[in-house]
Design a protein around this ligand. Structure first.
Ligand code: FAD
Length: 699
């Protein structure tokens, strides 16, 4: 065979939260089994690779962050790529394949990948494989798995092309060897690589993984055959399928239990994003009635003794722990109850095959087992397929083992989506469902992501309430379901609700000497940078705010600020202000009834409120949602945005509201500009670019 199959390719990843890295590692691992060598680097390590001289194929895995930005690690790379002095053929020598990761719930889906892809094309680079765009909203694996599957054949064809080019450029035996051998080689390689695809997929994994196993012990499947599939049961054809399961991720963490002496670090020391502040909660108010569908709370923090500063419209982060009962339960299920207070040392396993294995930054050098489970690991995270794969090895029951194998296999993709991802199953749910699965603690550190601080929009003005910071949130509730017999609350909102319960429901223990409510509870917070969601710098510019539900939060800050400015500067000119608010029922969840005061004192020029669950006796149906109300004021929206160069702010739920609002605005622009939808969409893009259409949305 004239081709050397142990060929190198350059594998670059640009990651924000670790997903692109994990996928690159998966590619790196599979490459070996395909007789290829992946030279893997973080895209930021620009001293370790050079695209200017790169001859081998390049594979790039890149995620998207913020509002369509490439990850921080790719910032310099993209900057270099965007250099306008580069000639069009600058990368003509380059063959590449790109896998972009994103979330279609955000406006600029996969924009990080698209930006790099587009620029590489402009600079003459050739795709050897179609670009993949994976969507976290429906499950990255739906695109990632088949993209990786197809990569090997594409790479081998790229090597052939590369070889052909090399042969062509070698002056000596140009005609004789390459020209007549090539077609034969292509055919042979296509065929052999296809065969290899089937065979090599399972190579490098242990014999127990080679799953041409028709189900052997079929106790479980036999009873399930007629039943509905569930997390623990499968039905044909999956239950009888030959499975392709991913390679076993190499373990790389070693945990040693030490003693029980010493002190844990402060949770805020885990934060690398800047200064943290531990501040008292001075007020808690329930904004919704008991019979409202969701419970919304307003908390007031005292920041007077800190240098923490904010502008209305800013968001900040709250450092929160996992639910203590869940931590205890996890310790119990793992058989580690006795060890909770033990300090552990976390090291890299000697001789691990994990490429680039490093001490996870979110795990302190020295802390107790309980501390790590409480403050460091997102124990509610939905287990990824690689984690399920690792759990197979810790499961003794053969039926349970098979089901876990199914869930992480390619054939089980839709079962994984339905019973794991869409059901928001977490590790604890899995360990209950598969009782013979007993993972060791190192696997949790290897596979669970870092526990993230949660973001909240400030709902106050520092001008109006100096030294105070207010925010508003709904207590997130997850009702019980077949895989989870006990209802749960959101990690952070559930914790905050418990923390402030004494302020909400005072008894004699929490009344201070004057009979008022007091609390000694504190929360740790830090600033969330990069915000453009601010009031227009020029107060005479008109603006419109759309904020149903807790989306009203930043606008309360805007209005308080504006009110204060009006009081302090009666000679200033202030532009028109509109607020579109919506809730379910006027009596149950109209969060801020005092909005009327802003209207009465002139801070707010127009207040438009709708109630989605109230029926109307009027002949003409009343609008239910904010986007319906917006349509009623189409002329005003167009005037403010187009004629008066005003600002438009949207805040709140991204899934159900933000897209509805932007669709309504496109319709309005199209109607008022007498242009087609495409033109109106372009105009909206221009407004976004000019930071006059601003969104602060969350799920
Ligand atoms: P988590 O436990 O993290 O759960 C939240 C999400 O996880 C759910 O919505 C769901 O998608 C998923 N989930 C987890 N487990 C399950 C399950 N068992 N069943 C179903 N789904 C599940 N929120 C506000 O209320 N007010 C604000 O002002 C605000 N401002 C924000 C500003 C920014 C910039 C951002 C990014 C977010 C903001 N959020 C705001 C959202 C907020 O950060 C949190 O996401 C929210 O409070 C939930 O946190 P949690 O830890 O309680 O919920």
């Amino acid at each position: 065979m004239c081709c050397d199959l142990k060929r190198r390719f350059l594998l670059l990843y640009a990651t924000q939260k670790g997903q692109a890295k994990a996928i690159a590692e998966e590619i790196w691992q599979q490459a070996g089994a395909h007789g290829l060598e992946a030279d893997m680097h973080c895209i930021s390590e620009m001293d370790k690779y050079n695209l200017e001289t790169e001859k081998d194929p390049v594979v790039i895995v890149i995620s998207t962050t913020g509002t369509g930005d490439p990850p921080d690690t790719a910032r310099n790379f993209v900057k270099k790529l965007q250099d306008t002095t580069l000639p069009p053929g600058h990368f003509a020598h380059l063959q590449y394949g790109l896998l972009g990761l994103g979330d279609s719930e955000y406006t600029f889906f996969c924009n990080g990948g698209k930006t790099v892809d587009k620029r590489l094309q402009e600079l003459g680079a050739q795709r050897f494989y179609d670009t993949g765009l994976a969507d976290d909203c429906v499950g990255l694996e739906l695109v990632v798995d088949p993209w990786i599957d197809g990569l090997w054949l594409a790479l081998k064809e790229a090597f052939l092309l590369q070889k052909k080019k090399e042969d062509m450029s070698s002056v000596v035996d140009a005609v004789s060897s390459s020209a007549c051998a090539a077609p034969h080689i292509v055919h042979e390689l296509n065929l052999s690589s296809r065969l290899q695809n089937v065979k090599l997929e399972d190579e490098g994994v242990r014999s127990s993984d080679v799953l041409s196993q028709k189900l052997v012990d079929v106790n479980l499947a036999a009873s399930a055959r007629d039943a509905e599939p569930s997390l623990v049961h499968s039905v044909p054809p999956l239950s009888q399928s030959t499975l392709n399961i991913p390679a076993l991720p190499p373990e790389y963490i070693e945990v040693q239990f030490q003693d029980t002496h010493g002190e844990n670090p402060h949770p805020s020391s885990l934060i690398s994003e800047g200064m943290t502040f531990e501040v008292p909660v001075t007020k808690a108010i329930q904004l919704t009635r008991e019979d409202a569908i969701k419970t919304a709370l307003l908390l007031e923090l005292d920041i007077a003794d800190t240098v923490f500063d904010y502008q209305p419209g800013d968001a900040f982060c709250v450092i929160c722990p996992n639910n203590i009962n869940e931590v205890e339960e996890l310790l119990h299920v793992l058989g580690l109850s006795e060890k909770g207070e033990y300090f552990v040392s976390v090291d890299i396993k000697q001789g691990t095959k994990k490429k680039g294995a490093a001490h996870p930054q979110h795990i302190p050098e020295r802390s107790t087992l309980k501390f790590i489970l409480t403050w460091c690991l997102e124990i509610r995270a939905i287990p990824k397929k690689a984690f399920l794969r690792a759990l197979v090895e810790c499961t003794s029951d053969v039926g349970e083992k098979r089901r876990l194998q199914e869930l992480c296999s390619r054939q089980g993709t839709s079962d994984y989506a339905r019973f794991v991802r869409d059901s928001n199953v977490c590790l604890l749910d899995l360990l209950h469902a598969f009782p013979s699965c007993k993972p060791s603690f190192n696997l949790l550190i290897e596979h669970l992501p870092r526990l993230q601080a949660r973001s909240y929009s400030v709902s106050s003005s520092n001008l109006c309430q100096p030294g105070k910071l207010c925010f508003v949130f709904n207590i997130v509730e997850f009702p019980a379901c077949p895989t989870r017999p006990i209802a749960r609350k959101g990690v952070c909102t559930g914790w905050l609700a418990e923390l402030v319960a004494p302020l909400l429901h005072p008894n004699k223990n929490t009344l201070d000497t004057k009979g008022g409510r007091s609390s000694t509870e504190k929360v740790s917070i830090f600033a969330r940078p990069n915000n453009t969601f601010h009031l227009p710098a020029d107060p005479s510019v008109p603006f419109m705010m759309v904020g149903p539900g807790t989306g009203i939060a930043p606008f309360i800050g805007f209005l308080q600020h504006r009110q204060k400015l009006r009081e302090e500067h009666p000679d200033w000119e202030f532009g028109e202000t509109w607020l579109f608010f919506g809730c379910r029922h006027r009596d149950r969840d109209y969060l801020f009834k005092q909005l009327r005061c802003f209207l009465e004192n002139g801070t707010l020029t127009h207040l438009k409120v709708c109630f989605s669950r109230e029926s109307s006796a009027a002949e003409v149906a009343t609008p239910k949602y904010v986007q319906d109300v917006l349509r009623l004021y189409a002329k005003e929206v167009a005037r403010v945005l187009l004629k008066e160069r005003g600002y438009f702010y949207v805040c709140g739920d991204k899934k159900h509201m933000a897209d509805g609002v932007s669709d309504a605005v496109v319709e309005i622009l199209s109607m008022e500009m007498e242009a087609d939808k495409l033109e109106a969409m372009k105009m909206l893009a221009v407004l976004r670019e000019a930071k006059r259409y601003l969104q602060d949305v969350w799920s």
